[in-house]
Design a protein around this ligand. Sequence first.
Ligand SMILES: Nc1ncnc2c1ncn2[C@@H]1O[C@H](COP(=O)(O)OP(=O)(O)OP(=O)(O)O)[C@@H](O)[C@H]1O
Ligand SMILES: [Mg+2]
Length: 329
Amino acid sequence: MTKEELKKELGSITDPSAEKTLAETNGIKHIDISDDVVTLIIGLEKTDDIYVKSIKRDLARKIKLDLGFKGVKAEFQLNKLSDSILSREVKYIGIASGKGGVGKSTVTANLAYALKRLGKKVGIIDADIYGSSIPTLLDMPIKTPRSTKDEKIIPFNVDDIEVISTAFFLPQNKPLMWRGPMLGKMLNHFFYDVLWDDEIEYILVDLPPGTGDVAMDIQKLIPACEMIIVTTPHPSASYIAVKAGFAAKELKHELLGVVENMTQLVHKGETLKIFGEGGGEEVANKLDTELLAQIEIGQPEDHITIFDAKEEIGVSYLGLANKVLKANK
Ligand SMILES: Nc1ncnc2c1ncn2[C@@H]1O[C@H](COP(=O)(O)OP(=O)(O)OP(=O)(O)O)[C@@H](O)[C@H]1O
Ligand SMILES: [Mg+2]
């Protein structure tokens, strides 16, 4: 039985606190099968003991008695998102790296355009509170977004891609140490209070570099977030990228794969491996995932960041976008 089939089966189970099925509340946040044991994260409208006990019993009956699995491990959390965007089929993809400066934001921006070129409606959350750069990379003014009467934030739109960034909310020139405590709160806003276009199918999240706390915050907000790990070809970068990947795995984020950025420079017919070799493949192997793309060193001809679909690097990003779509079919 595949995860998808199992998800369908469990969708008919009722969240007793909402009196709606898990399919209706989009309450199945994570599902995994290994060694005949099913691991679940279930979002409930309310997590009082009485509700948890009741649904635990129903899940065990279905999974063990009806479907014949050996065991079930389930965690329960508040599903306060049932009427927000998360109950629609929007895919969140976090772009992470261990080290800074490896090209996360560049990859995020170009992947957004590539997905758009393949007909998808895309949003970007720039969650890099320490080094927010999406507005700069996309040549957008930094100003406070408008909000609706019920205090929903209206994202900015560039080339039909919707963007929300920490930079829009932070007073500039504040010391970095001041920012940490704001991040959790701001992420909360980004996930609950943004009025995205109804048609949005993919939201890319440009994460701060590192392996720790932000990934954890995101795990709490969107357990079903998928992750792409960006690294350069150099072994020192790949070592930290592996750590970031393991952190994501530990938090049960689904790893889509690895992007190796700055793979090589092709200059006057010569190929130069300026930043070493093999890092992307090594990270993918160690994390038991796929090397999704290798992006060469280069600058776009007509934009500060975004490659045209006809440029060679633009084609590499289309390849990456195609793999993302395939993984989400
Ligand atoms: N493939 C590439 N070829 C040439 N330059 C690149 C490439 N990828 C990224 N860069 C450049 O490297 C710098 C760092 O890239 P970027 O800001 O995307 O990295 P980052 O991982 O988001 O960094 P930070 O940790 O600061 O957020 C930028 O100046 C960007 O233009
Ligand atoms: Mg960045």
